[in-house]
Ligand binder design. Structure first.
Ligand SMILES: *[C@@H]1O[C@H](CO)[C@@H](O)[C@H](O)[C@H]1NC(C)=O
Ligand SMILES: *[C@@H]1O[C@H](CO)[C@@H](O)[C@H](O)[C@H]1NC(C)=O
Ligand SMILES: *[C@@H]1O[C@H](CO)[C@@H](O)[C@H](O)[C@H]1NC(C)=O
Ligand SMILES: *[C@@H]1O[C@H](CO)[C@@H](O)[C@H](O)[C@H]1NC(C)=O
Ligand SMILES: *[C@@H]1O[C@H](CO)[C@@H](O)[C@H](O)[C@H]1NC(C)=O
Length: 326
């Protein structure tokens, strides 16, 4: 009897120790990750850390009250497409959980160049407040007094796309970008009336290496774009295809025989390319987060490459007007 009790006590002690170290290692990694000299205690420190110290000094409004409940935020990572997912994930999880939402200044600064009136603020006003307990995903979140700090490259597809019309509203382009993209579409359709615009995003450069390394496949060739274009040509009388790409030279060479194709990415910035895709009525894209956002914001019918495990294979299950093609 005594032996059995001792065993139970021993097992319980070991289990408790395991739980304690688990909590320390996995639930509070931010205190260790990158924290070489200082400890992250306030939101200002957190923001400084994830923005790699690369943020402007600014006034801290010390009188602003601190959040009474947990907050939702995210680490920065990747380029425009990834940061849009990061922002949208915070926005959507805030809506789902009722928590206050914040994004690091470096993400806001990047998105403010492209979009007009984003609703999720940076930490400016609560920089002096202390971080409370946090988890790293909405799945492990269990009470309102707990914050959620999403990892970089987070994409909360289902939650974001359950409010797809609202996220399209949230990502409203700056006026100058809209004006430029509309002008370009008029130019591309050569004044033809009643033209349907289909944006094509061709992702190449560094993504080709990524596909080969990670998935052991080659970048898609003209076969995919041709087939996808055929789909829209069968459906509409007058189609103007607008090609944007990180490799406009390749597109010039490969689409030159089509007189209904306009190559838009001569020396455009990413923001212009995204606004152009979003201004089109429908979308064709191969893969990548940039094309994914172009298609979501265009809000029309989308044909994308059937790439196993890519987010587009999940989106086709959520958005009815998305199709896979190979
Ligand atoms: C809530 O989450 C925290 C941290 O993940 C955990 O320690 C705690 O036991 C959970 N509480 C409940 C009621 O599930
Ligand atoms: C929430 O957490 C803060 C600090 O972490 C604490 O002061 C407060 O009492 C907590 N509130 C509830 C309702 O648990
Ligand atoms: C298609 O464009 C041609 C001129 O390019 C025009 O004559 C014709 O009416 C257009 N058709 C439709 C359905 O808009
Ligand atoms: C197609 O896109 C053009 C350019 O943005 C827009 O003017 C037009 O209203 C759109 N057509 C439809 C049917 O949405
Ligand atoms: C996409 O590819 C997968 C795997 O190759 C296949 O099982 C699936 O049927 C394809 N889907 C479509 C819509 O072609």
């Amino acid at each position: 009897m005594i032996n059995a009790n001792q065993n139970i006590l021993f097992t319980a002690t070991i289990l408790a120790l395991c739980v304690i170290s688990f909590v320390h290692v996995f639930l509070f990694p931010l205190y260790d990750i990158n924290a070489k000299h200082t400890t992250v205690k306030r939101y200002a420190d957190f923001e400084q850390r994830i923005c790699k110290g690369n943020i402007k000094r600014r006034v801290v409004f010390k009188h602003r009250r601190c959040p009474q409940q947990g907050i939702v935020t995210v680490e920065q990572g990747g380029r425009l497409g990834n940061q849009m997912w990061a922002y949208a994930s915070v926005w959507a999880i805030g809506r789902r959980t009722g928590l206050e939402t914040y994004v690091p200044q470096c993400i806001r600064a990047e998105l403010d160049k492209v979009f007009d009136v984003l609703s999720v603020p940076s930490f400016e006003e609560i920089g002096h407040c202390e971080l409370n307990r946090f988890v790293r995903s909405v799945d492990s979140w269990n009470y309102t007094n707990q914050s959620i700090i999403l990892k970089k490259y987070t994409m909360e597809l289902e939650i974001v796309l359950s409010w797809v019309q609202d996220i399209i509203q949230e990502f409203s382009f700056r006026r100058a970008l809209l004006v430029r993209s509309q002008k370009l579409l008029r130019e591309a359709s050569k004044g033809k009336s009643g033209s349907v615009f289909v944006g094509i995003h061709v992702r190449r450069t560094d993504y080709i290496g990524y596909l080969q390394r990670k998935l052991h496949i080659n970048a898609v060739g003209m076969g995919f774009y041709r087939k996808a274009m055929g789909y829209f040509l069968n459906k509409y009388k007058n189609v103007t295809f607008i090609v944007v790409s990180d490799d406009p030279g390749w597109c010039q060479a490969h689409f030159k025989s089509y007189d209904n194709v306009y190559i838009a990415s001569e020396k455009n910035k990413a923001a212009d390319d995204l606004a152009i895709l979003a201004s089109c009525n429908h979308t064709i894209f191969d893969y990548g987060t940039f094309g994914t956002w172009g298609a979501i914001l265009a809000g029309g019918e989308t044909v994308c490459y059937n790439l196993t495990h890519h987010i587009s294979t999940k989106i086709v299950q959520i958005l009815p007007n998305w199709h896979l093609m190979k």
